[in-house]
Design a protein around this ligand. Structure first.
Ligand code: HEM
Ligand SMILES: [Cu+2]
Length: 648
């Protein structure tokens, strides 16, 4: 396949020529050094940062959880007071949901999708970098608030009227509303880029039904982000207005409606869970297929059930509000919808079982984490179906039963698959294998630890222990279980620690991974480990769903220029080549823009007018960002060939 129809073909250097490799290296280079770090826009660097940063937030959120468990280890403990407990509880929930789980999945997507679909970068690389800095700044700000004793303390869903100005004066909740709005910008930028990249940059021949399942899962996740995140942004902006300018959106006495907050929050909040779980399902399919060395059974069924989960999850949010006194007929609809989500989830599970059936499974560490996922996620799903029935939920609502349920779902549905993905793709990202021995130890400690931690919490809940209490009285019958749970939490934490150690020492200790250590079938394993600046020496042409398992060698695209950042644009359904696109170069502007936008958001909390100042400054950053440096515009348009376009 040749795209050699640019003007000036005589002078240009193409990536199929001798010596193109070093030119490609230079073209796609990210400036080195500390200052250079702020200019990077390449998708793999940004994706890697997302993953590492999210793991750091996971560790921070985990430390807060251990602090909570220390406080609850015995009745009437005086380690901390109610105020601090509620701050770290809110910070734990917020960190895990907004600063770990979603960015971790996005990070994997950003790193892997371009590799899996055979291209050299994401669409909108600068926006990508901007999204990362926004995420980083929001996280740092929230943790600064914790250290200054000003952290939010109203729980990760900040219910009004508790979160209103009357009951939560001070800056805590304001930090929450502004930082949540701020970080959702980051999620939205990532989602938009991922969608465009997946739909327009697939290697020639990678029709939609040849796309790897993981890429499908990231596509579904991204669409869900686009539809879900704006509601929480709207909600938190309205709450900020209520708190700052005394508007009355959520204030009953002023004609507002506190339930509106719950609707807005959960219309985002329930899909949020699936935003995390759907990419995890993609990881599960990928890992299973590799360690069984066969295609996942029922490709179409698996893909369609992910899409179905994406749709149905937007119709469940009211199951978080069963006890608010909404009309009964409406509630039963949401019970039915909540139970219905078990169907597409079940389809996936059966497809995986069919894949595993009769194949020689290699139980490497990633596969162990997947097996853990099966057990834990199914238990979480079962307690979910229980809680979807209204009479049961009336009893279990706001008790430790819910805490147990949500951790089974989130740890089973996201953390275990994410760690499977980490063990699986770490060799690609770093070029080194993770230690299997440490990996096994880590898995078993986590698996045993989490069941010992969270299973007894079901019992605590049934015994009546409410969630979100900083202490409890003697003689409630909760002492033994609480003591046990705290010990188990430390066991699990030790398991996670082993993986952290593993990731830190393996680059120095373990053997080189080679390009395809697991003998997997998707394209990322065609690149070197770690991939070069330009991902692939040649861009591939795809003719099957399992390009690296097919007997015939891959065809290569020729005629892509090596001396500027060119990628191929293809059609949406059939991935027929349409043209060539030139990607932007490294720059400071995304970082500067993140600073000015961040200034506006943070300033708003202290003096609303600073919001305007922040956006005034942002204007200059945007001008700098978009400043036309587009040499290709000077070129004559090709007479018979494909158009050349640039993306900023
Ligand atoms: C690493 C082990 C973990 C431990 C020991 C742990 C422990 C806890 C504890 C003790 C609470 C507070 C219960 C209360 O007072 O009501 C809590 C709440 C919560 N946790 Fe975890 N957790 C862990 C991991 C996670 C993960 C991985 C996620 C999500 C991906 C998560 C999400 C949440 C959420 C959303 C809440 C609710 C916060 C709120 O009520 O506002 N946790 N967790
Ligand atoms: Cu839900």
């Amino acid at each position: 396949m040749s795209l050699k129809n640019h003007p000036h073909t005589e002078q240009a250097i193409f990536d199929d020529q001798e010596g193109a490799e070093s030119i490609l290296d230079k073209t796609w280079l990210s400036p080195p050094g500390f200052l250079g770090w702020f200019t990077h826009v390449n998708q793999r660097q940004i994706g890697f940062r997302f993953v590492v940063t999210s793991l750091i937030f996971f560790a921070l959120g985990g430390l807060l959880a251990l602090l909570m468990r220390l406080q609850l280890v015995q009745p009437e403990n005086t380690l901390m007071g109610a105020e601090f407990y509620h701050q770290i509880m809110t910070m734990h929930g917020t960190t895990m949901m907004f600063f770990f789980a979603v960015p971790a999945m996005e990070g994997l997507g950003i790193y892997l999708v371009p590799l899996m679909i055979g291209t050299r970068d994401m669409s909108f690389p600068r926006l990508n970098a901007f999204g990362y800095y926004v995420y980083l700044l929001a996280g740092i700000t929230l943790y600064l608030a914790l250290f200054l004793g000003m952290a939010p303390n109203t729980g990760w869903f900040s219910y009004v009227p508790l979160a209103g100005i009357d009951y939560s004066p001070g800056q805590g909740v304001s930090f929450w509303t502004t930082m949540i709005t701020f970080i959702e910008i980051s999620a939205l930028t990532a989602a938009v880029e991922l969608i465009v990249t997946i739909l327009k940059q697939r290697a020639p021949g990678m029709t939609l039904n040849r796309m790897p399942i993981f890429v499908w899962s990231i596509l579904v996740m991204s669409f869900m982000i686009v539809f879900a995140m704006p509601t929480v942004m709207v909600g938190s902006v309205l709450l900020a207005l209520d708190r700052t300018f005394a508007t009355q959106f959520f204030v009953a006495s002023g004609g507002g409606d506190p339930l509106l907050w719950q609707h807005l929050f959960w219309f985002f909040g329930h899909p949020e869970v699936y935003i995390i779980v759907v990419p995890a399902l993609g990881i599960v399919s990928t890992v299973i297929s590799t360690f069984c060395q066969r295609e996942v059974f029922g490709y179409t069924a698996v893909v369609l059930s992910m899409v179905t989960i994406g749709f149905v999850s937007f119709g469940l949010w009211v199951h978080h509000m069963f006890t608010t006194g909404l009309p009964h007929l409406g509630l039963s609809f949401f019970t039915a919808a909540s139970a219905m989500i078990a169907i597409p989830s079940g389809v996936q599970i059966f497809c995986w079982i069919a894949t595993l059936w009769g194949s020689k499974i290699q139980f490497k560490t990633p596969m162990l984490f997947i097996m853990g996922f099966f057990a834990v996620f199914v238990i979480g799903g079962l307690t979910g179906v229980m809680a979807a029935s209204i009479p049961f939920d009336m009893q279990a609502h706001d008790s430790y039963f819910v805490v147990a349920h949500l951790h089974y779902v989130l740890i089973g549905g996201a953390v275990l698959p994410f760690f499977a993905g980490l063990y699986y793709w770490y060799p690609k990202m770093t070029g080194a294998m993770l230690s299997e021995r440490l990996g096994r130890w880590s898995f078993w400690l986590i698996f045993v630890g989490l069941n010992l931690t969270f299973f007894p919490m079901h019992q605590l809940g049934l015994d009546g222990m409410p969630r979100r209490v900083y202490t409890y009285l003697h003689n409630m019958g909760w002492e033994e279980i609480n003591f046990f749970v705290t010990c188990a939490a430390f066991l699990m934490a030790f398991g996670f620690l082993l993986t952290f150690i593993n990731t830190l020492i393996s680059p120095y200790k373990s053997r080189a991974a080679g390009s395809n250590p697991w003998h997997a079938d998707t394209l990322e394993w065609w690149a070197q480990s770690p991939p070069r600046n330009y991902n692939f020496r040649h861009l591939p042409v795809i003719s099957s769903r399992t390009p690296l398992w097919q007997k015939a060698p891959l065809y290569k695209v020729t005629g892509i220029r090596a001396d500027r950042r060119e990628i191929i644009i293809t059609t949406l359904l059939d991935a027929k080549p349409q043209g060539v696109c030139i990607m932007p170069s490294p720059t400071y502007w995304p970082f500067v823009l993140a600073l000015t936008v961040g200034f506006g958001f943070l300033g708003f909390m202290f003096k609303p007018i600073l919001f305007v100042v922040g956006f005034f400054l942002s204007f200059f950053a945007i001008v700098g960002w978009l400043w036309p440096a587009r040499p290709w515009l000077a070129e004559k348009p090709p007479e018979d060939g494909h158009p050349v376009r640039g993306l900023q």
